[in-house]
Design a protein around this ligand. Structure first.
Ligand code: ASP
Length: 415
């Protein structure tokens, strides 16, 4: 049975960390590992910047691309690796694509095509370095396995085809190394699974191959009950249920991509979150079992939220027929709702601030008056108590509040 190991950008940001990852991988060699790897360090952000420059026809994109290549080459040199040729070829391919492209496709299509080079480059470098240092592994192009539809940047997976392709490709007990985050349509066009999507790739492969376990390697000791940058007394949760993990990540806990849990839960595959800086730490285990001790309060802040208040233009009650047309528009524009609440004549929703919201508002405005409040933060506390709420709300004004027995959610802004 396979073990799927996922390494994010921070775990491979420089030569020393790549050596460390190699050591971890070696210690899992008996466990039929499949490695799912992100782009190096902040490469994805750099590529987004290059794409923006290119799209705006700013010739600086070439310099930026060369700087990014230099970062990769420096790491290869520090590893005494001969990966330079392969990296130069890959970046050369991207440069000639951008130089010759007639810009007939959508921005999102270009996004997926270009941003995918981050993961292609990191895995090329790692595979060559592993081979050279005596760790035999096979590089696999994830675009030949992860089959998606063509909702570029926010794809849906073709599970049947992906399962078929994965079973066919990963059929031996060798060490395989592939890219997180990227896939392709049936026509072979590159797609991406959304930012931070490598966790999801690892979970898709775990599902398709019925892995024994999946391990995400992070720079923190495990899943914590709050972001330690915001809450210094945050502590590691040694065991949590799939349900708890889904609730936390859906509302913004950044430790795991929210889509990661479902495929694992469906096949009862445990997920471990471990620290690549100290693999001897136990980390967090996420599985079916609910821990025996009660959960502490779990605090999740989600930044850059927008609160929309939607009202019929003629002061009608917000009735089912309104909600149907409102939800249809949210679905069409692929704007995901994090919290909703209605009064007699108004319907309020909290969503991520992203460019699609403006188009949505334009469409909603044919029938409704829409008030848009920017700069909101959504605070979710699971297993709350009054003192925890008071402590975390200090200095914030509450615009919307919603409570169930286990969860409180508050749309807030700084006073
Ligand atoms: N490299 C991609 C990102 O930074 C995907 C990932 O790391 O999970 O969003």
């Amino acid at each position: 049975m396979k073990t799927v190991l996922k390494f994010g950008g921070a775990s491979i940001q420089d030569a020393e960390r790549i050596r460390n990852v190699r050591g971890i991988v070696q210690s899992y060699q008996e466990k039929e590992p499949i490695l799912v790897v992100s782009a190096l360090g902040k490469t994805t952000n750099d590529l987004e910047e290059i794409l923006k420059q290119w799209y705006q026809q700013n010739p600086i994109w070439k310099t930026s691309l060369n700087q990014l290549l230099a970062i990769h080459l420096n790491i290869a040199t520090a590893l005494s690796s001969n990966a330079s040729h392969a990296l130069q070829a890959l970046f050369g391919e991207l440069e000639s694509f951008l130089s010759n492209e007639n810009r007939s496709k959508t921005f999102d299509q270009y996004y997926d095509h270009i941003i995918a080079y981050g993961e292609l480059a990191s895995t090329t470098l790692l595979a060559i370095y592993f081979q050279e240092s005596g760790l035999a592994c096979e590089w696999v192009d994830a675009r030949k396995i992860i089959r998606t539809d063509n909702h570029f940047r926010d794809v849906n997976i073709d599970w049947k085809e992906t399962e078929h392709l994965a079973k066919e490709r990963f059929h031996t007990n060798k060490l395989y190394l592939t890219q997180g985050f990227i896939g392709a349509t049936a026509n072979g066009e590159t797609t991406t699974l959304g930012r931070e999507g490598s966790d999801y790739t690892a979970s898709i492969l775990s599902y398709c191959l019925e892995a024994k376990e999946m391990i995400i390697w992070k720079d923190v000791a495990g899943v914590m009950n709050a972001d330690p940058k915001l809450v210094p007394e945050a502590s590691v949760l040694s065991k949590i249920s799939y349900r708890e993990a889904v609730e936390m990540t859906y509302f913004g806990a950044k430790v795991i991509h929210p889509k990661t849990i479902k495929p694992l839960q469906n096949k009862h595959i445990p997920l471990l979150v471990k620290c690549f800086l100290d693999p001897s730490l136990e980390g967090t285990i996420i599985s079916e079992a609910t821990p025996q001790t009660p959960y502490p309060p779990i605090i999740v802040w989600k930044d850059q939220q927008v609160l929309l208040s939607i009202q019929d233009k003629d002061f009608s009650f917000i009735a089912e027929k309104h909600l149907t047309s409102i939800f249809n528009l949210f679905n069409q524009h692929r704007v995901h709702i994090h919290l909703m609440q209605n009064s007699a004549i108004s319907f309020s929703v909290c969503v991520d601030a992203n460019p699609r919201v403006s188009d949505l508002i334009k469409d909603l405005s044919h029938q409704f008056d829409v008030v848009r409040n920017e700069g909101m933060r959504l605070l979710t506390i699971r297993h709350y108590d009054e003192s925890t709420i008071a402590k975390h709300l200090a200095g914030n004004e509450v615009l919307v509040e919603q409570r169930s027995r286990s969860t409180i959610q508050l749309v807030t802004r700084k006073k």
